[in-house]
Design a protein around this ligand. Structure first.
Ligand code: M6R
Length: 630
């Protein structure tokens, strides 16, 4: 979703801010803007350029955007249409205060009415303009109050900090904001629900919604937590809490980002999506590294749960959104099959509002690539309120969810730039396997021999994925056949139902072809009515599947109605050849690895279909990488 970057230091801010915005383009946006000011300039002139459309529209603006302090933003419209006017930064009437904002201010209409009564006029439809003018209102009030107070200590107070505190106490909603005022050589940042991270350089500081925005300059970071206010100068920064009225500084441990900038570059690939699909053998190797211990026949990660709790888990709830929820479905299938623990999977946007049944004996697992998805985060907080133990399967190190969960495991897929998730899904499935083994071992649900076999198969996943990436020419041919179709069905049974869902969302997102997923057995209860000659149906056949025959029958049903059958299969024989029009072969693996392996050709099918249709693959329309608003 929206991206924020701010800079203060000795360098010219504009190129740093522009590159920062480009590094965050993957998040999805519809307009962009930059504002700068010169610390040295006695005139204190504030520069601002905003444009609808791509960040490239902000190129070659160095003469208009001079200065060494500034902030920039890419906007994904929530309140008000995408337009130059609605884009950020927003400002007060004399343009002395500049503000960028990620998130949603829910009570902005009430605040707007109050400010209108005080004479404020609004020019946009955004909640951000309201927040800016609310801070402006308090700023003027605080300046007045401080100028009339006689006490020295009061005079030392920063009126903008006081105004920021007062304004943020009034707002309900989510925000990550960065602002500056022309009279102070400082950047101010505050967070509640939307991520912000400070980049600590040598005599310079950055603040961004994503460290990728400033990783060219520094890897030293400090992740802001909810209710933090940061006051950032060239040579130092102060961290305070919105909850503390005295304004005393907080000390918090800094972190080092453990990936470098090449991870967010295309490295010769035409699209990030293809790069991310192709790097899966490596990302899975990273995910495995040092975690499986064949000697001890165990997985190395800490659950932070007592033996008693693990042995008596009554129920597992796995909460996630989109692709992460399909990984969750695969996890449910495996946990119920191998551990016999009742497991529910629900999308976070439903779960959080259904008055969920949670007890202290439940384990709530959240799965999220970004670790920032608003619905999943809200569900996690709710689960904690109910006293459930929480566990996270998360990619982004230091993300809000990773800090909220009781314990968890990083999937180590590295930055995922393409909006459509690929390498995160396979690493999530791998981590669910880790959890399966860990719980199975502690609870005694899996035998040592079973665990041994599983560990040795898991260690082989990078090689198996490499083999699954081999079908390129055949996949391109299948893409050519489906590229002009109106609709595609993805059918799966058992564990492959989750993979069918993942295949369908992938093609929808990036090629804009309508796709629906069904449990294979449901076809005859309705959807089959839609089948006609040439209608593409994608499905799976695994030779050792106990439901092998049933899968063949489902294919036959569709074929009899003229459907064009694409099968992801772990074998090719004359039976399958007589049923399928295209067979995309993958290696033979046990069920717990099937979602991970069977999804690979479907990722490539979506990619090549979208490419043939000339779609904007990495940033599909209407979508954002990280959905940080409801
Ligand atoms: O960052 P998260 O895993 O929490 O994101 C969840 C979904 O928004 C995400 O998986 C989305 O469905 C992807 N665009 C799918 O490719």
């Amino acid at each position: 979703m929206c991206g924020i970057i701010g800079y203060i230091g000795p360098k010219v801010a504009y190129p740093i801010l522009l590159t920062g915005l480009k590094r965050m383009e993957y998040r999805g946006y519809d307009s962009a803007g930059i504002s700068t000011i010169s610390i040295e300039d006695n005139q204190r002139a504030v520069n601002i350029v905003k444009k609808q459309g791509k960040v490239s529209n902000l190129e070659n603006k160095q003469t208009e955007l001079q200065g060494n302090l500034g902030l920039a933003h890419t906007r994904w419209a929530t309140h008000g249409q995408p337009s130059e006017l609605n884009s950020h930064p927003h400002f007060n009437d004399d343009k002395s205060l500049m503000l960028v904002h990620n998130g949603i201010i829910e009570n902005y209409l009430t605040i707007k009415r109050n400010l209108e009564q005080r004479g404020y006029v609004f020019h946009t439809q955004t909640d951000t303009e309201v927040l800016t003018k609310l801070i402006d209102y308090y700023h003027k009030k605080c300046k007045q109050k401080l100028s009339t107070t006689l006490q020295n200590y009061e005079q030392k107070k920063d009126p903008l900090e006081l105004a920021l505190r007062a304004a943020l106490h009034d707002v309900v909603g989510a925000y990550g904001i960065v602002l500056f005022h022309k009279d102070t050589n400082k950047l101010y940042a505050a967070k509640h629900g939307s991520p912000l991270v400070i980049g600590i350089g040598k005599n310079e500081h950055f603040v961004a919604s994503d460290p990728a925005a400033f990783l060219d300059h520094t890897r030293r970071v400090l992740y802001l937590e909810d209710e933090d206010i940061a006051i950032i100068k060239e040579n130092s920064y102060e961290l305070k809490s919105l909850c503390s009225h005295n304004g005393e500084c907080i000390k918090r441990k800094e972190d080092l980002v453990d990936w470098d900038i090449t991870a967010v570059e295309k490295n010769g690939y035409e699209h990030f999506m293809l790069k991310e699909i192709m790097e899966q053998p490596q990302t899975l190797a990273n995910c495995l590294a040092g975690r499986l211990d064949p000697q001890l026949n165990d997985i190395k990660f800490t659950l932070k749960l007592t033996l008693n709790f693990i042995k008596n888990i009554k129920r597992i709830s796995i909460i996630a959104c989109g692709t992460s929820s399909y990984a969750a479905m695969a996890g449910k299938f495996l946990i119920e099959k191998y551990l016999r623990i009742p497991t529910e999977v629900e999308v976070a946007s439903e779960w959080r509002y259904k008055n969920p049944i949670i007890s202290k004996d439940d384990l709530v697992i959240v799965i999220s690539q970004s670790g920032e998805t608003a619905d999943t985060l809200a569900a996690l907080k709710l689960a904690k309120q109910f006293g459930a133990k929480t566990f996270g399967i998360i990619n982004v190190v230091g993300s809000t969810m990773s800090r909220e969960v009781d314990s968890g495991i990083y999937i180590h897929a590295g930055p995922e730039i393409c909006v459509a998730s690929t390498k995160a899904f396979t690493a999530q499935v791998l981590c669910l396997n880790f959890l399966l083994i860990k719980l199975g071992k502690i609870r005694g649900d899996l035998t040592e021999t079973q665990i041994q076999r599983m560990i040795s198969n898991l260690l082989n996943t990078p090689e198996l994925v490499k083999q699954s990436l081999n079908n390129i020419e055949q996949i391109k041919a299948a893409a050519n056949l489906i590229k002009d179709k109106q609709s595609i069905f993805y059918l799966g049974r058992g564990i492959n139902f989750a993979t069918a869902k993942e295949g369908a969302i992938k093609i929808k997102e990036i090629s804009y072809i309508h796709a629906e997923d069904f449990a294979s057995g449901e076809m005859k209860h309705g959807p089959i009515a839609l089948l006609e000659k040439g209608f593409p149906v994608v499905t799976f056949v695994n030779k050792n599947d106990p439901l092998y025959e049933k899968n063949l029958s489902s294919i036959q049903e569709a074929k009899a109605r003229g459907a064009y059958i694409i099968v992801v299969a772990d074998h090719i024989d004359s039976t399958l050849q007589s049923y399928a029009d295209t067979i995309l072969q993958v290696p033979k693996v046990p069920d717990y690895l099937q979602p991970l392996i069977n999804t690979i050709p479907l990722q490539l099918l979506a990619y090549y279909t979208a490419k043939l249709r000339g779609c904007e693959i990495d940033q599909p329309k209407n979508l954002a990488k990280s959905v940080t608003v409801e």
